[in-house]
Write a protein that binds this ligand. Structure first.
Ligand code: NAD
Length: 485
């Protein structure tokens, strides 16, 4: 089916769902789980295959929808970070699901042999997923794929800032799943609050640390387990022995991809003291080459909405007012207004701790470049701050790579590149501390949405009943054997 012929949006939960529609969608999923139980393995495989087809047939519509939601969203970024990432996750899941769903035999200790031990992976039931706006399709569907692969039913609440993408998401869900398997409700923070107060069997939230706290609090009232995929300030550290030009190119790429609106974008960079300007020169050179113009350049993604744009301008102005040097990279000398939706990549030198830019997650194409005297100081800088979602280290020395990886705690890390750890299905993706709780992707995602049920299978030859009360000489002798005299 072509995108133009796509199924009309499902009638089940209209845009801006009322609390009643939300509750009805949830109750329908719960009732279906009670009635029909887990989605069988073969059906999961069929659904995932159908999902792939439904997405691929809408890739052009999806590019157009993201473009409309962002003002301008680079087509290549939509094709790779939304379509390919999701389709690749389906491919990987379908290739491995047979192994993942298998019960696992576990060793039974010598004193209870010949009993057997087994772990059974059961779906949890009905899973809630709350998605943000920055990769609205990927961050809705990667959790859906993981939840469905584990046999769950799903209710999704996407961001209110991506209505065009949400319309495609709704079409895809309606084409592939019946609303008692997967459904969607749309709405803003108020609906999000009601959503996270529902007694889901698991809730996966992707968004800010601030809202993550509220979601966890609401879920706690139902003892609903949560996976929180949050944000934070992910550092990049460049060792003095590493090519400044190479590091600057990779960091500038990560900072301008989706105009820096990426949870794992390098937030700031630490370079050896005295190399701040040289690093900024190299980053600027890469940006000028990658984006010779910005305003009409379709490769350079816009800032999603004026509120976010103003926040970013505010961070820059606060840094400027407090004495930082602001280097706007504007290769064609264009004028930017709020209405243009574009924010020129901006390097910030000489930032100090009293500036908001060093305490708030930036989430845009603005990069503070800070000098540190040595590697120990860089590690200390990171460890003095909340644990980040990602850490990037540029250095060819294995010894120092291990030093950095072992002496810092971050959700994930990339050595000599940025962002790419997130694209690997078999690398668990998640934060630590304020950058997140739990993880998913690949088998980790399957496990996140499964209950690992322990089963002890007694043998016909069991002898433990011989040790029942009334206790006598036999248990005395056996306990000497177990615990010594
Ligand atoms: P956000 O926290 O404002 O919103 C995320 C979702 O939560 C939206 O669907 C929103 O409607 C909903 N929401 C808002 N208030 C709510 C409430 N009180 N209760 C329940 N739900 C509520 O985040 P955002 O602005 O959409 O996204 C940006 C943030 O997300 C950044 O901090 C970024 O780092 C983070 N993020 C993290 C990841 C990750 O995988 N770790 C990925 C992308 C984005």
């Amino acid at each position: 089916m072509s995108a133009q012929e796509a199924t009309p949006p499902a009638e089940t939960a209209p845009a801006g769902a009322s609390p009643e529609a939300l509750r009805a969608a949830f109750d329908r999923l719960k009732a279906a789980y009670r009635k029909d139980g887990p989605i069988p393995y073969k059906e999961r495989m069929r659904l995932l295959k159908a999902l792939k087809g439904a997405i691929l047939s809408r890739k052009e519509a999806l590019c157009a929808a993201l473009n409309s939601d962002f003002g301008n969203r680079a087509r290549a970024e939509t094709l790779l970070a939304e379509v390919f990432m999701v389709v690749e996750s389906i491919r990987h899941t379908r290739a491995h699901l047979q192994d993942w769903v298998e019960d696992e035999e576990r060793e039974i200790s010598w004193h209870l042999q010949p009993a057997k031990g087994r772990v059974i992976y059961q779906p949890l039931g009905v899973v809630g997923i709350i998605a943000p706006w920055n990769y609205p399709f990927q961050l809705a569907f990667l959790p859906i794929i993981a939840a469905v692969s584990a046999g769950n039913r799903v209710l999704l609440k996407p961001s209110e800032y991506t209505p065009a993408t949400n319309a495609i998401t709704r079409q895809v869900l309606a084409e592939v799943f019946s609303p008692d398997v997967a459904d969607l409700v749309e709405g803003g923070p108020e609906l999000g609050a009601a959503f996270s107060g529902l007694p889901f069997d698991h809730l996966l939230f992707t968004g800010s640390t601030k809202v993550g706290r509220i979601v966890m609090e609401a879920a706690a009232r139902n003892l609903t387990p949560v996976t929180l995929e949050l944000g934070g300030k992910s550092p990049a550290i460049v060792h003095g022995s590493y090519s400044l030009a190479k590091a600057a190119a990779r960091i500038a790429w990560g900072k301008t991809y989706n105009a820096g609106q990426t949870c794992i974008a390098p937030d700031y960079v630490l370079v050896p003291s005295g190399q701040e300007s040289a690093f900024a020169d190299a980053a600027e050179a890469w940006i000028r080459k990658a984006f010779p113009t910005l305003l009409q350049n379709q490769d350079y993604t816009s800032i999603i909405h004026p509120g976010h744009h103003k926040r970013l301008l505010g961070l820059i102005e606060d840094a400027r007012a407090k004495g930082a040097t602001i280097r706007e990279v504007n290769p064609a000398g264009e004028s930017f207004s709020l209405g243009s939706g574009k924010l020129a990549p901006t390097l910030v030198l000489g930032a100090t701790e009293d500036m908001d830019i060093l305490s708030e997650e930036i989430f845009g194409p603005v990069l503070p470049v800070l000098g540190v005297p040595d590697l120990d100081a860089a590690i200390a800088y990171v460890n003095d701050r909340p644990r980040p979602l990602a850490l990037y280290y540029f250095d060819h020395s294995n010894k120092r790579q291990n030093q950095v990886l072992n002496s810092t705690v971050s959700g994930g890390a990339c050595v000599n590149d940025v962002l790419l750890h997130n694209t690997q299905e078999e690398l668990p993706f998640g934060g630590v501390g304020p950058s997140g709780v739990g993880a998913y992707h690949g088998r980790t995602g399957f496990l996140t949405f499964s209950h690992a049920k322990s089963v002890f299978l007694q043998s016909r030859l069991a002898g433990n009943a011989l040790l029942d009360p009334p206790y006598g000489g036999l248990i005395e002798n056996v306990s000497k054997l177990f615990v010594g005299r």
